[in-house]
Design a protein around this ligand. Structure first.
Ligand SMILES: NC(=O)c1ccc[n+]([C@@H]2O[C@H](COP(=O)([O-])OP(=O)(O)OC[C@H]3O[C@@H](n4cnc5c(N)ncnc54)[C@H](OP(=O)(O)O)[C@@H]3O)[C@@H](O)[C@H]2O)c1
Length: 244
């Protein structure tokens, strides 16, 4: 018996990295998953790699019309959501003094505004007892030069979680935030130099980055009834990075 038998999960940004690893794990545990991403080809490859019980819906999680299309598809195909994993996010290093309106708007537009509307638009489809969790970042718990806008955009998610879990208590819907530490994913290759990667690794007790599968294990915990009494948590999965 799987931990997610009969459940329907929606995973935004699920065509790569840790959200893809999580979507795979959810299917192995019995769920049907919907994954999203903007690039059709990457999405198609992800659907193929998951192999069964998956629908890919192309779309930008910062775009409200795309979110409507996503949830229309979910409504038509399964009619409910038991697990909502809002993971689509973006972040690049821009130090104070060089922050532009474009950088602020793009970062908050996806990480904060996009996450908010992902959850709000999912509400009519969420089952009683559903689990919502959002991808934050340990960057929001520490003060890394260059990452203040990214950190602030992710820090807002915990404030969202606290308010929403209270507003949704009559439906027994839990809301948590999963903070990955430095994880070796395609995104990292885009935003970090090799030097920056070594610097982050030097701050992790075991000396190596996390793997997407290590985040997937925590995502499964938050998605399943194993976390039935876990609500409003900021769960750092970072090998101790934020503790030292
Ligand atoms: N890697 C880390 O060290 C780390 C640490 C802490 C937090 N995070 C957070 O973890 C999340 C996932 O990161 P990752 O490293 O696993 O990234 P990744 O491997 O690059 O995967 C990100 C996925 O999200 C999709 N995506 C990006 N922008 C999107 C948008 N606007 N709408 C819908 N999908 C979008 C991408 O596909 P398309 O490009 O085709 O849209 C891709 O499938 C992000 O929220 C990130 O901020 C990462």
């Amino acid at each position: 018996m799987g931990k997610l038998d009969g459940k329907v999960a929606v995973v935004t940004g699920g065509s790569s990295g840790m959200a893809l690893a999580s979507a795979k794990r959810f299917v192995e545990e019995g769920a049907y998953v919907f994954i999203t991403g903007r690039r059709q080809e990457t999405l198609d490859e992800a659907v193929k790699s998951i192999g069964r019980n998956v629908t890919g819906v192309r779309g930008d999680a910062a775009n409200l019309a795309d979110l409507d299309r996503l949830f229309d598809t979910v409504k038509r195909e399964t009619g409910k959501i038991d697990v909502l994993y809002a993971s689509a996010g973006t972040g690049e290093a821009v130090p104070l003094g060089e922050i532009t309106e474009q950088h602020f708007d793009a970062t908050f537009g996806l990480n904060t505004r996009g996450t908010l509307f992902t959850v709000q638009k999912a509400l009519p489809l969420l089952s009683d007892g559903a689990s919502i969790f959002m991808t934050g970042s340990v960057a929001s718990l520490k003060g890394f030069p260059g990452y203040s806008v990214y950190a602030a955009s992710k820090a807002a998610l915990h404030a969202f979680a606290r308010g929403w879990l209270n507003e949704l208590k009559a439906r027994n819907i839990r809301v948590n935030v999963l903070h990955p530490g430095p994880i070796a994913t395609p995104m990292q290759d885009q935003v970090l130099t090799e030097e920056a990667k070594r610097m982050f690794e030097s701050l992790i007790p075991r000396g190596t980055m996390g793997r997407p599968e290590e985040i997937a294990a925590a995502a499964l915990f938050l998605a399943s009834d194993d976390s039935s009494f876990v609500n409003g948590l900021e769960l750092s999965v970072d090998g101790g990075f934020s503790a030292i």
